[in-house]
Write a protein that binds this ligand. Structure first.
Ligand SMILES: Nc1ncnc2c1ncn2[C@@H]1O[C@H](COP(=O)(O)OP(=O)(O)O)[C@@H](O)[C@H]1O
Ligand SMILES: N[C@@H](CC(=O)OP(=O)(O)O)C(=O)O
Length: 453
């Protein structure tokens, strides 16, 4: 059995629905289908999820979001009309979307999650209706009924371990084709909670692990994962095979083609993942597996992501002060902050955080506490940082990667704020100013993948 997830671009229009149907028909093993909300039909278009966020924001601000809601309904209506589906399914979808605005909105985070999830939920209902209109034994399945249990963190759900058995029991023996909405699950108390943005990839991976699928196929709008973001470099090198570890690091560092949290369930279940193109399904795509057969390349990919900041501290004899690092991290813990990296020297340490969690109030409190409680000699906070990552299992056996990387960055006139080599040695990370990030990635790509390499 295969689990196939179709992203927003694959569900964006009636024409895309038909391509997805052709892909499902072409392989009888594609039994569990996870769908996203309709995405962009063209570059300047707006994803249904973003339209729904506008609905929720407008409703919370003014108590009325009819105009915004009508835009969402129009997206589904257009698809239903083009597929010549009868009125019943659109009555159901329109009723469901209107009902969103009659529910309790006092807890805005929960309200927002419920509104966002309607994008995937109605996409699944519409797609199931389309397959039924074609004579298929296809059924929409609700994540609550199927047992997709998640933690109760709005917009950041994590799957609960007991979900796997429940999903297995409800999905594995089902006849026909299961159409499952991506992006959300339900807490133990039955409250709807979404994953973080792009989280339909996570749903697909969870279902693949739960039903012990032979393969998890993730259909998107590119022929493969490329060695670098194709929006930065023309015709970048494609990746035929990549390990879970490499993919996890690259997703973390900005390869938005596959959600960083989507690797773990597939990895735990040892389910191979294949990233493929809905618009060109005969292209082999990228296989993500435990080990790759082609290890010749030292570097498999280069990525960057912005939105980081660093807290730098130095103190003479820091290396001899027992408990210094623990106390820094405890202050962060008490402020409810997780950290990303901690590059350190003999007398100094930096802690890298996500900017979005680190507001000015927290910054002031943390500054005061670190200065007073830890008596540091130097202290600085730097914002607007990007992390640039080069990743490859082959780096473990290769000498001189960092020298090549730093030389390439110097030639591109990129100032390196920080270097960190992951302890796993499959990645190397450079902190740079956000405005230098694209230039840094292009320079590194040229160094490791350029024509002459
Ligand atoms: N290294 C990469 N390889 C391939 N695509 C990438 C990479 N980095 C970023 N992308 C972008 O990811 C997009 C696909 O992801 P996404 O927009 O989430 O698709 P979907 O709607 O199918 O979920 C591609 O169109 C591409 O612009
Ligand atoms: N629709 C949700 C979840 C998702 O995974 O979408 P997509 O498959 O278009 O990346 C979002 O936009 O975040």
């Amino acid at each position: 059995m295969k689990v196939a997830k179709f992203g927003g671009t694959s569900m964006a229009s009636a024409a895309q629905f038909k391509k997805v149907y052709d892909i499902i028909k072409a392989d009888g093993d594609r039994k569990v289908i996870v769908v996203s909300a309709p995405g962009k039909r063209y570059k300047e278009d707006t994803k249904v999820t973003d339209l729904l966020i506008a609905v929720a924001d407008q409703f919370l601000a003014t108590g009325n979001a009819d105009e915004e809601l009508n835009r969402v309904i129009a997206r589904y209506q257009e698809i239903a009309d083009d597929l010549e589906l009868g009125p019943a399914v659109m009555e159901r979808i329109s009723g469901d979307l209107h009902a969103l605005l009659t529910q309790d909105a006092t807890d805005s985070a929960r309200f927002l999650d419920a509104v966002k999830a309607a994008g995937e939920d109605n996409s699944a209902k519409l797609f199931a209706a389309f397959l039924q209109s074609q004579g298929e034994d296809a059924h929409y399945v609700n994540p609550r009924k199927a047992g997709l249990l998640v933690s109760d963190e709005p917009a950041n759900a994590q799957v609960l371990p007991e979900a796997y058995e429940r999903l297995n029991a409800s999905l594995r023996g089902r006849s026909g084709i299961t159409i499952f909405p991506g992006f959300f699950g339900f807490s133990q108390e039955g409250v709807l909670v979404t994953f973080s943005r792009g989280g339909s990839d996570i749903t697909g991976s969870i279902l693949a692990a739960a039903v012990k699928a032979d393969l998890y196929e993730n259909f998107t709008d590119v022929d493969s994962v490329f060695s670098v973001n194709p929006n930065l470099v023309n015709n970048p090198k494609d990746i035929k095979e990549i390990t879970y570890r490499e993919m996890r690091e690259l997703s973390y560092a900005g390869f938005s083609v596959f959600h960083e949290d989507a690797l773990l369930p597939a990895y735990m279940g040892r389910i191979p993942v294949c990233i493929k193109n809905t618009n060109n399904p005969s292209a082999p795509g990228t296989m993500v597996t435990l080990e790759r057969h082609t290890v010749a390349e030292t570097v498999v990919g280069i990525a960057s992501d912005g939105g980081f900041c660093s807290i730098y501290m130095s103190k003479y004899l820091m290396n001899r002060e027992i408990g210094f690092g623990r106390r820094v991290l405890q202050i962060l813990e008490e402020e409810g902050l997780s950290y990303e990296h901690t590059p350190s020297g003999i007398d100094n340490i930096s802690v890298i955080l996500r900017d979005k969690n680190f507001d000015e109030e927290k910054e002031q409190r943390i500054t005061d506490r670190i200065k007073n409680e830890l008596q540091v000699d130097d202290f600085a906070i730097e914002r607007d940082l990007a992390l640039v990552m080069i990743v490859g299992e082959g780096m473990r056996r290769s000498v001189g990667v960092s020298a090549r990387a730093t030389a390439a960055l110097a030639r591109a006139d990129v100032n390196i704020e920080m270097i960190n080599q992951g302890s796993s040695e499959v990645s190397m990370m450079f902190g740079v100013k956000a405005y230098d990030a694209d230039r840094a990635v292009i320079a590194l790509y040229e160094e490791f993948f350029g024509e002459s390499k």
